[in-house]
Design a protein. Structure first.
Length: 221
């Protein structure tokens, strides 16, 4: 199984983003958390900063929108050139139409679900998405503890993707470190967002290697 490590710049130094981006150049993607202080109680940045991150990042962007009205805002990040754009199921007016628009522009389309959101309504729609993000914390702030109770949802999703034969990446975000990444990998995740566990390390590249090896050793695929 291909293991993807996507460090979240939510834990980076916002005043020194460019050097922090280059410090994670060995990762697969940089995870860019866009928050509007409405859908979640935190505020990060918008398209202008996202565009500059796209300009200077040595690796592709995995953008995740924690915003109201993603139907309006998400396509702009695809236009900026983000490799993947993920929006929250709870906020989208028409998730399928939005995913199709993102694909039409040229990005992979992802859908995210909060810990309390059931995954079953989306199982028959998997062909519409390139990535499904199962949140392993409540969205909004970095540094939270991994929620083990979200793993059955991930297992159900992994089984559905396997049966479908589709190339849908299964992502987890929240509390991912060398102790929890194996748990998520065993449940079927193959794409891992890690914030504080990467940016809190002196040697970011070495920590990325540790996470990648831990995920690969626990993968059942």
């Amino acid at each position: 199984m291909a293991v993807r490590i996507n460090p979240s710049i939510l834990s980076a130094d916002f005043v020194n983003l460019e050097p922090d981006l280059h410090a994670i150049a060995s990762a697969d993607f940089v995870h860019v958390d866009v928050m509007d202080n409405h859908f979640v109680p935190n505020l990060t940045f918008g398209p202008e900063v996202g565009g500059r991150i796209q300009d200077v990042s040595p690796i592709p962007l995995d953008v995740r929108l924690m915003v109201d009205d993603p139907d309006r805002w998400a396509p702009g990040y695809a236009v900026l050139g983000a490799f993947s754009v993920t929006f929250h199921a709870e906020a989208a007016a028409d998730a399928v139409a939005l995913a199709r628009k993102l694909r039409d522009i040229g990005s992979r389309a992802g859908i995210a679900v909060k810990p309390g959101t059931a995954i079953e309504p989306f199982l028959d729609l998997l062909s519409e998405f390139d990535q499904v993000l199962v949140m392993t914390v409540e969205p909004g702030f970095g540094g939270q503890s991994f929620m083990h109770e979200t793993m059955p949802k991930l297992t159900v999703l992994s089984d559905a993707v396997s049966r479908s034969g589709l190339d849908v990446w299964l992502q987890v975000d929240g509390g991912i470190n060398q102790d929890t990444i194996g748990i998520a990998a065993e449940a079927g995740a193959n794409t891992f967002v890690a914030g504080s566990s990467v940016f809190g390390s002196v040697d970011r590249a070495a920590q990325i290697d540790v996470l990648r090896a831990a995920a690969a050793s626990h993968s059942h695929q």
